[in-house]
Write a protein that binds this ligand. Structure first.
Ligand code: EPZ
Length: 430
């Protein structure tokens, strides 16, 4: 029963170091298997998702060496198995990035088909469309995606939806295709750019990442590199909202402020002061928060991965707010938990109608997924009394030392794994 137990009410104050971007790391670790030389990756977040993907990478015969907590070496020269077992894909969807990597390098990959997940149905038709356009044969049999190609040839691919996963997966395969590939309507997220930069540092020729047209000249062979992953936009955004919701003053350090612009802009709009420097952003919430309207959109729009943190914060702001989720259909599951804490939020379709309340009261709640889980924790930090958050395994998929970083900002939060520890915490805080 691992849980976070929280005594809310303290404004969070101080500085917090942001780690490497989980969603960039997942693609970069998969892409690292494409070289036959050793690749050194720094600023890798030590979270459950990256650790499971590293196990999947080892399971196909690549050599993985942990240099330290945030540095890993990968050598893909001895890959002997092009099948990724169901176990890994069930635990982590992003193991499908190994299809893009292995299809590119070995012209063959068999990976269990990822199903839906807690935030929606999550089809992969755009990935498949891209691989087929490159000349691969793609079949789904016995729950596996089977991709094979005699050779891959560059192609002109228009993505029907803006997809981070499809853009990255097809980009990885296209690096190893003969000739030029153009991906139109590509995703522009910072992690797409980071993966392109990483591949370029291995000898790929990718231009235009960060715009909606990416041009890739096939290279055929990639070499070793040393690369540092960008800071995590969503971890940073979560701490920025933790400042807002607890009426605190937090500086997120080791960030790229440009990546946080949509988040900073919304926080300023609801009444926070934002100070940016080269690699840090400070959020001061000294005034009452006010209502707003938000719609999640692909980058540079407001990220879907920040939607729950936004909603729990607006539910304590004055007035009526509206939040529309346009990326994933099932991302309001946590709203029932917010009701248990006193939130006044009604969901109709993909829109949450929020009436700001004066305060939350602590309750026993359950994290339904990664970002919603983090949002519930910051709601608990602003609530009166004690909140327990169950199913924190979701939160640990993507936040390294979440409770420890929060403690360093003055939060009263513990990670407990027994009723005895829970009672001990309650006694300690009185
Ligand atoms: C990535 O998921 C992230 N995951 C998600 O972060 C994030 O929420 C999402 O991008 C949007 O920013 C990783 O990077 C590992 P998409 P991904 O393909 O790539 C539809 C987190 O909390 N679509 O950009 O799976 C899809 O249904 C996670 O860290 C298709 O229709 O997202 C969705 O509506 C959760 N067909 C939209 O596109 C496809 O073939 C965007 O999805 C692919 C996607």
């Amino acid at each position: 029963m691992e849980q976070y137990v929280i005594k809310g009410g303290n404004p969070l104050v101080g500085e917090v170091e942001i780690g490497g971007a989980k969603n960039a790391a997942l693609a970069i670790l998969a892409a690292a298997t494409m070289a036959d030389e050793t690749v050194l990756i720094e600023n890798m977040p030590d979270v459950r998702d990256t650790n499971i993907l590293l196990q999947a990478i080892e399971s196909i015969g690549a050599i993985v060496e942990r240099v330290d907590r945030h540095t890993v070496k990968i050598n893909g020269s001895r890959i002997s198995n092009l099948v990724i077992a169901d176990d890994y894909v069930k635990k982590i969807r992003a193991s499908y990035y190994l299809i893009g990597a292995l299809l590119g390098k070995y012209k063959s990959a068999r990976v269990a088909l990822p199903g839906g997940c807690n935030i929606g149905s999550r089809p992969i038709d755009q990935h498949i469309k891209g691989w087929k356009a490159l000349g691969a044969d793609v079949k789904i049999e016995h729950g596996l995606i089977i991709t094979e190609a005699e050779k891959l040839s560059g192609s002109h691919i228009y993505m029907d939806v803006v997809s981070v996963g499809a853009t990255i997966n097809v980009m990885m395969s296209a690096v190893m295709a003969e000739g030029q590939t153009i991906i139109e309507n590509a995703a522009k997220e910072p992690h797409v750019v980071d993966v392109a930069n990483f591949l370029n540092s291995m000898g790929a020729n990718i231009k235009g990442a960060g715009t909606d047209v990416i041009r890739i000249k096939g290279t055929g062979r990639l070499h070793g590199t040393e690369y540092t992953i960008i800071p995590d936009q969503i971890e940073a955004g979560t701490f920025m909202f933790a400042a807002a919701i607890t009426k605190g003053d937090i500086t997120v350090k080791n960030v790229i402020p440009k990546h946080l612009e949509s988040i900073s802009a919304k926080l300023a709009e609801i009444g926070c002061e934002i100070e940016e420097s080269d690699d840090a952003v400070r959020v001061v919430a000294s005034k009452p928060l006010t209502h707003t309207q938000v719609k999640t959109l692909p980058y540079p729009g407001f990220p879907t991965d920040m939607q729950p943190q936004m909603v729990v914060t607006l539910a304590l702001a004055r007035g009526a707010s509206i939040v529309t989720e346009s990326i994933f259909e099932n991302r309001f599951k946590y709203v029932d938990e917010m009701t248990r804490m006193g939130g006044d939020i009604k969901v109709e379709g993909n829109t949450a109608f929020i009436n700001g309340v004066e305060k939350y009261t602590g309750a026993s709640i359950t994290a339904p997924d990664l970002r919603a889980g983090a949002a519930l924790v910051i709601a608990g930090l602003s609530a009166e009394g004690i909140t327990t958050v169950d199913d924190i395994k979701y939160i640990e998929r993507g936040y390294e030392d979440f409770h420890i970083k929060l403690q360093s900002l003055g939060a009263v939060i513990e990670r407990v794994d027994s009723e005895r520890e829970l009672q001990k915490f309650k006694l300690k805080i009185g």
